[in-house]
Write a protein that binds this ligand. Sequence first.
Ligand SMILES: [Zn+2]
Ligand SMILES: [Zn+2]
Length: 284
Amino acid sequence: MSKLKLDLIKNSISYFREAVAYAQRDELDETRWKFAIINVVQAMELAFKEKLRRIHPALIYSSVDERTDTVSLKKALNRLVDPGIGGLVIAEKDPRKIETAVKLRNELTHFECEHEHEHMEAKFADIFSFMIFFYREHLGLETEEFIDYDEHQRIIGLVKARAELRTRARSYIKAENFIDVWICPSCDESTFVAQNGECCFCHHKEAVIECASCGQETLESNVIDTSNYLDWDYDEGRMVLMEDYGMEMTACQGCIETFKSKVEDMRQAQYYEYMEREAMSYSR
Ligand SMILES: [Zn+2]
Ligand SMILES: [Zn+2]
């Protein structure tokens, strides 16, 4: 067990150091952010496992009964923040930021893909800051145990530059008096200007469309297919929509819960009506 303990934390730190080394590479080096992200996410995964191991060694496995595969990053985070297991308190935005970074890591590892430099830098800064906090607060490490002073200062400078950019984006929004400013799906900051269809911080562009269900404007990526909530039946080899309750086939993140409860209410009402009719036909 002591070997496992050593390996998890030691490996996490070596991936972290590797990430930091990549982040400091020349700006023109195209692999810079790609490998900085892959390494920092790996460091995070191992750090989460180490924290789980400290709570109980069986927790580093995906199934605590079988203990064959180790836990995925997402599951590890769920266990850590679960009040009954890790009880970890993290910032409200962190789970979302972690999820986006993991998604990006997977894309970078598995496909040839184009991501904007700013987007990758932003994701790195998010996880880098989070890891510094996690190593210190949750694994009880001293800063010098996982990063050298000079490197720390340099990356902090980079992260600070990002904070300044964010401040600038916010004051631009204020000065221009934009009304609809949303959370950007790319950088997770409240800097997406709806009327421009663009985030003024990370410059992510996306179409703004009208939600078919509630009529509110929303991002294309926020539109949800609602057909599964309606009543379908299998008829002569194909699925047929039996009842749409007068509802649309799409909704947005903002109205999906209302959509679901509306359908549920109408389904109930129809059922009661049916029961009443049945009761009447018996009493006749
Ligand atoms: Zn953005
Ligand atoms: Zn809607």
